[in-house]
Design a protein around this ligand. Structure first.
Ligand SMILES: *Cc1c(COP(=O)(O)O)cnc(C)c1O
Length: 384
């Protein structure tokens, strides 16, 4: 088939709602072109209302939020932070910024996120070696909630706080309780590819008012209350700009639509591939609600006769972007000496997993192009 417009179909691209520019305009009118102002306060209030978290501070990125979150949990050089292995490097890197030691744990089949059994094994073994474990860092990958009931159970029994990486999962919940509000602190990201975006940005959310107040102080260079510049702690320049926060306020007006649209993409792929032997989707356990940020599938080549790479390259040839799932941290060269507690699941996910185009702005024509290419590749394999 010929298309007039064979433009690139992206994995996940920004999708503005329409009101963003008017919030930016207000910031210009009031000359609050600074990391302070009505949009910063308004965006924080919107996020608190949406997530149900008591307190929110908006920051320059999700990575900055993880960094500050770990500082608030008193992570010091030599401490251990137990981190989900199957994730993006931004989850783990701030552990290293602090001179602490990341210890990676594998995933479970049910959610693809942190395996509570591997977590408990890691906690016991690290404690038996005399390590100070300062935080547990689970991730809600691709918008799917991690098994928070069991992770929080480990957290409570061993008195180790939890920082939830909710960068990909804003709006996901378990029985109505939003991801990011189970642990002591939650992290959101508004990077360009996330379910809502401010071009770049992040947030820390928590019911602990003192921690969020302290995060704002650390994010603005840790200035003591004095007419001159006085500091008793090391600070950072991590506060979100009032311009960027204006984009966020506009995006908050459409977040429910964006979640509906992402979940509709999942239904579309499910209709296309749900009955193919050897192709499976990221599971959504009972009571769990994923925002389906990215629809991800596993292709078992022994059953399908083709690999994940084969489908990825077929899509690429049609100018359609898809991506292998995250490569686990314990398999990354940069973390090759890190301790890892495994069960092989994240390795299998990486070998077989593919993220399909999942933007909330996919058009009907985009879907047709995707469906044609997938149908040709999956149902009419050319024999070689
Ligand atoms: C995007 C992402 C981050 C980092 O967020 P930034 O805002 O890009 O710094 C962290 N963790 C995960 C799982 C992510 O997908």
């Amino acid at each position: 088939m010929n298309y007039h417009n064979n433009g690139r179909i992206w994995l996940s691209s920004p999708h503005m709602g329409g009101d963003e520019l008017s919030f930016i305009h207000d910031a210009f009118t009031n000359n609050f072109v600074a990391p302070v102002g009505e949009n910063v306060d308004g965006f924080e209030a919107d996020i608190a209302k949406f997530t149900g978290a008591g307190n929110v501070s908006v920051l320059t990125s999700g990575t900055a939020a993880i960094h500050l979150g770990l500082i608030l949990l008193d992570v010091q050089p030599g401490d251990v932070v137990i981190c989900q292995s199957f994730t993006f490097s931004a989850t783990a890197n701030p552990i290293t910024y602090l001179g602490a030691e990341p210890v990676f744990v594998d995933s479970e089949e049910d959610t693809w996120n942190m395996c509570p059994d591997a977590l408990e094994e890691a906690v016991r073994d690290q404690l038996s070696k005399g390590k100070r474990i300062k935080a547990i860092l689970p991730v809600h990958l691709y918008g799917m909630p991690a098994n928070m009931e069991r992770i929080m159970d480990v957290s409570h029994r061993y008195c180790i706080p939890v920082l939830e990486d909710t960068a990909e999962a804003m709006g996901a919940h378990i029985l109505g309780k939003q991801c990011g509000t189970f642990g002591h602190l939650g992290v959101l990201s508004f990077n360009g590819n996330k379910i809502i975006t401010t071009s770049g940005g992040g947030a820390l959310i928590s019911d602990d008012e003192d921690m969020i107040r302290k995060s704002r102080y650390l994010a603005t260079q840790a200035r003591d209350p004095a007419p001159h510049y006085q500091h008793t702690e090391i600070g950072y320049n991590y506060r979100m700009s009032n311009i960027v926060a204006g984009i966020g306020r506009g995006q908050m007006r459409v977040i429910e639509d964006r979640i509906r649209q992402r979940r509709a993409n999942y239904d579309f792929y499910r209709g296309l591939l749900g009955s193919v032997d050897g192709i499976t989707f990221q599971p959504e356990p009972d009571g769990f609600f994923s925002n389906r940020w990215l629809t991800t599938i596993l292709i078992d080549p022994e059953v399908t006769g083709f690999t994940r790479e084969h489908l990825r390259l077929s899509l690429a040839a049609e100018n359609i972007e898809s991506r292998p799932v995250w490569k686990p941290m314990h398999q990354q060269p940069v973390y090759k000496s890190a301790r890892y507690y495994g069960n092989g699941i994240s390795c299998k996910l990486f070998e077989q997993g593919l993220c399909l185009p999942s933007g909330s702005n996919l058009s009907g024509r985009d879907r047709e192009r995707i469906a044609d290419c997938i149908t040709e590749t999956v149902f009419e394999p050319v024999s070689i």
